[in-house]
Design a binder for this molecule. Structure first.
Ligand SMILES: [Zn+2]
Length: 280
């Protein structure tokens, strides 16, 4: 689940309250590339709601493509993980400054402060695009300039590749799961085992088979793939605190059996005990 620490609409405390109202026994806070929502969520939770410290790392894959890597049961004080996340933030800040500079040179006006109102872990490509559109900074720019700047804004830097991201999670005592495989390739929600094999070989412990998909299909497919590739499964609502037309939130809409959680927990304990490390 996501909180206001990244792109969620609910604060960590509100996420915990909503989970408690729905009678959940455990939730994982997996904000994008930040750990800053976890402590608040853990202290807001009563003893009968476990808050699993997690993260969703945005990792580089095959050039420009991005893959989301989920980590669960993290030691959030792990120095290597904290350093990598800080580097990701620094790289993004440089990217934002460079694009703001280009906008200025093209005669547009957009400041860093203008981006703060968008809910993100920190300002990145999406905030730049929203800011440019909302502030109309490209109005009157020479033909083609707007398109070029929007494309430039969307080209976000990535601080880690997929195998590196998995390793960071393992080294921080966590298990790594491949997030929402149905969204990896646009227009191709049911990827084959062969298509996923090179990714899973980066050291993943699990793939997110139970995932929120309109209509609910897909889980059986990805559970079978997990079996074929000999990895575990994870699942979740990927809640961002948004409500649909009926006023419902995703939170709690994709529940996962407690045995799935316990299997992942055992794996994390086993990894810690073995001191097992993934290869690059
Ligand atoms: Zn994601």
């Amino acid at each position: 689940m996501h909180t206001t620490a990244s792109d969620g609409r609910l604060s960590p405390t509100e996420v915990v309250q909503a989970a408690a109202e729905r009678g959940l026994e455990a939730i994982a806070i997996t904000d994008h590339d930040v750990l800053s929502g976890i402590a608040e969520a853990q202290s807001a939770a009563s003893p009968d709601l476990e808050v699993i410290p997690g993260v969703e790392l945005t990792a580089r894959w095959e050039g420009r493509r991005s893959i989301h890597v989920l980590g669960y049961f993290l030691d959030i004080g792990n120095a290597a993980l904290q350093t990598a996340l800080r580097r990701a933030e620094d790289l993004m800040a440089q990217h934002v400054d460079a694009v703001l500079d280009e906008i200025g040179q093209a005669g547009g006006k957009l400041r860093r402060e203008d981006l703060d109102r968008y809910r993100h872990r920190y300002a990145g490509g999406a905030a730049l695009v929203l800011g440019m559109l909302e502030h109309g900074v490209l109005r009157g720019a020479p033909p083609g300039t707007g398109f070029r700047l929007l494309r430039l804004a969307a080209l976000e830097p990535r601080a880690y590749g997929v195998a590196q991201a998995v390793r960071l999670i393992h080294d921080a005592g966590g298990v790594a799961s491949l997030a929402h495989p149905s969204r990896i390739t646009r227009g191709e929600p049911l990827l084959s085992a062969d298509a996923l094999r090179p990714l899973v070989a980066c050291g993943f412990d699990a793939i997110e088979a139970w995932q929120w998909i309109p209509g609910g299909w897909g889980s059986d497919h990805y559970r079978a793939i997990a079996q074929e590739l000999d990895v575990m499964v994870s699942g979740g609502s990927d809640d961002h605190g948004k409500r649909n037309a009926k006023g419902q939130m995703r939170l709690g809409a994709q529940q996962v059996g407690i045995e799935v959680l316990e299997a992942l927990r055992s794996r994390a304990q086993q990894l810690r005990a073995d001191g097992l490390r993934t290869s690059q």
